[in-house]
Ligand binder design. Sequence first.
Ligand code: ADP
Length: 443
Amino acid sequence: MNQNWQIEVTKRLFLMLGACIGIGLLTGKTILVLLIGCGLYLLWTLKNVIELIRWLETAASSSDPVDPPNGHGLWGEIFDASYRLMRKQERARDRLKAVINRFQESTSALRDAVVLTNDQGQIEWWNPAAEHILGLRNPDDAGQVITNLIRHPRFLKYFENKAYQDPLLLPSPVSTEKKLLVSITLYGPENRLLVARDNTRVFQLEQMTKDFVANVSHELRTPLTVISGYVETLLDTLELMLTAPPPVLSKALNQMQSQSDRMANIIEDLLILSKLETADSLQDLVPVSIFDLLHDVAADARTFSGDRSHSIEVSCKAETAILGNEKELRSAISNLVFNAVKYTPDNGNIKLKWVVELNTGYLSIKDNGIGIDPQHIPRLTERFYRIDKSRHASTGGSGLGLSIVKHVLLRHDATLLIKSRPGRGSSFTCHFPQSRLVVKEAA
Ligand code: ADP
């Protein structure tokens, strides 16, 4: 661009005014000549404005670049600058188009369904795989709210809660036989990128593993009951014998009895776990009195502690019940409290506490026992996770207790927080959301 165009324009304006004044002075009609000069200048400007508008209109309706009109002085500069700006925007648009095309080509080649929704949850774009995985129809479903098309209640909750850290397993809207793993990423102001993968094969394999474990556990129950029965009978017979039996025999029988008891515990826990994993979400919820539950479990734990004389206290500061399943909650709390007894030395302290703060219910079981090294805490709720094998052998644990706790809490929309310091003790706190709390009615 000519850097001195302002000087040029000013110069020309003064020249024109000077000429008008000169002619005016010569003719003696300065005002008239000035008026005519300004009028002509106005007409010239008007002509250029009209040309500019026409050019912009033609350029807007044409896909090819349109040359600017010829202009002089200031108008020439305006036409050139506008033309350069137009070309720059065209190049940027072409670059953007190429990027979008590349993105669409690569997502079209994907076997996973990809769907983009706007801040209202309306579908803006999807790839071809979304048509056979999610059953979207082109072009009818463009602009539809996605929760009207994927109507599963779990999807609706997942979509609205915006807690997308973990993916969601869903039956496919096209066929209930198919299982989808859906994950959502938020971007921009509430826009969402949804990716759905066909997870049927993995789901079937997991299902087969669960069925296998449940069947094996079930099948082992009967032979084990027979073995335990015979061991018990043999032990009773030894006591009735007139001559003292060889010490090795009674030692072996006692060990057989304790190991078969342990095995029976493992089988029972495996069966409970597989029931929890395969059961539908909780139906027929009832308000479970935490006050009664904690006192019952504490009484059982005192019996379990026996001569080890643990002090087991209950503090229940809220008149709130939990909406859920009494049997499952009892099993989870018992596991936590019995663990506290198992892993706290004799005469140790165990505290069971229930409080409601800021609409969340906190049920905690604290002990001053042997504690847990922090590195083990994230894996404690895995099936058969062992801190060290000797602990299992000495306590007779199945390694499934905390797994059961995790599943029960999951079915009650609750989470487990574990804090512990080796040698100082542990606390296991269950967090129950407001939706699970019911205020007890006054008697
Ligand atoms: P187990 O049947 O072995 O007790 P769990 O799943 O209930 O299995 O617990 C897993 C492991 O977590 C236990 O083996 C134990 O090492 C550790 N643990 C659980 N509760 C406590 C506790 N209160 N104090 C110390 N360690 C604990």
